[in-house]
Write a protein that binds this ligand. Structure first.
Ligand code: CA
Length: 325
């Protein structure tokens, strides 16, 4: 990323907010959704030291129950650790959260024969004030669309990606390579893992962030992701999933889409907009989760101005139950 050393926002910079939508779909081939994703809500963020909005996607792998367990644990532990972190530094909080999630998945795998060898990708993005940070392991991706450009912020920790970097494969060859699913780093497989933590990157009004598992980016290309990023968030997320389904969706498809907006452009009436709108596409085979919750950052002076209702984002049990099972 080229903007990591961006100037501090001017004193008069508008407060920013992030609107977030999440979709996950089992796809057309797999019988189980081993992806898991989540984001924090204003109510949860209020008491946390690092603060900001946290978005997480995890793509589990391994075993009978292992993949789904690993991605769920990664998401839950990263989220909880982040919110309960005693540092105000999002980068440090992210690193600590992913480190603990890795250890937790590994220890669960060691103590349960059913789960042995399980692992997961984890990509977690923090949007706070006028900055973004991420923590990342694996081949899920975080893209940023700004104006007419899309940039993959994360680096894939996959065999084919490293072969591309070494000039052994072209990007085109990598797309269809038989070993394209082989990861060089994943969470939970070993006692320790090397975690990419990057940031801060500056945020601009209109930036769109897309977090996705390889079930999306394996079949929907960057240009197409960019092309639809300007749609209303619900429509963009639906379009991404639809494109993957139209292409056979050989893998679970999960996407989070977040747009940076001016906080003062969001009326109070949108503070809670049916936080989770779950629909089932086909006999329990998909989950659809929608939230439009402004991630309004508290003003620097701590003044009031954002007071989410206590029921800002109740998670519908159906969604959790489905992914927990
Ligand atoms: Ca996958």
């Amino acid at each position: 990323m080229s903007d990591s050393a961006a100037a501090q926002p001017a004193v008069s910079s508008p407060r920013l907010a992030a609107l977030v939508v999440l979709r996950t779909d089992v796809g057309l081939v797999r019988s189980e959704n081993q992806d898991f994703a989540a984001f924090t809500t204003p109510r949860e963020e209020r008491g946390s030291h690092p603060g900001g909005r946290l978005l997480i996607v995890a793509d589990g792998m391994g075993g009978h129950r292992g993949g789904a367990t690993a991605s769920r644990l990664a998401t839950e532990v990263v989220k909880r650790q982040y919110l309960e972190s005693d540092t105000t530094d999002p980068a440090a909080a992210l690193r600590d959260a992913l480190t603990r999630a890795n250890a937790r998945i590994h220890s669960e795998a060691q103590s349960n024969a059913d789960l042995r060898g399980m692992g997961t990708t984890t990509s977690a993005l923090v949007l706070k004030d006028h900055k973004a940070w991420f923590g990342h392991v694996g081949d899920s991706r975080i893209y940023r669309v700004r104006e007419d450009a899309i940039e993959q912020m994360t680096e894939d920790h996959s065999l084919v990606a490293s072969m591309v970097r070494e000039g052994l494969l072209t990007p085109k060859e990598a797309e269809n390579h038989p070993r394209r699913n082989v990861l060089q780093r994943s969470m939970g497989v070993a006692e320790e893992v090397e975690i990419d933590v990057r940031g801060p990157f500056d945020l601009q009004v209109g930036d769109v962030f897309i977090l996705c598992s390889d079930g999306l980016h394996g079949v929907v290309k960057e240009d197409e992701i960019k092309e639809h990023a300007g749609l209303p968030l619900d429509e963009a997320a639906d379009r991404y999933v639809k494109l993957a389904l139209e292409r056979g969706a050989p893998d679970n498809v999960t996407v989070l889409v977040a747009r940076i907006v001016r906080a003062d452009e969001i009326g109070d009436e949108t503070l809670v907009d049916s936080p989770y709108d779950e629909t089932v596409r086909d006999e329990d085979k998909s989950q659809k989760t929608t939230a439009k919750i402004p991630a309004i950052q508290e003003p620097p002076n701590g003044a009031a101005g954002f007071s989410p209702p206590d029921d800002a984002a109740p998670r519908k049990p159906g969604f959790l139950k489905r992914l927990f099972s």
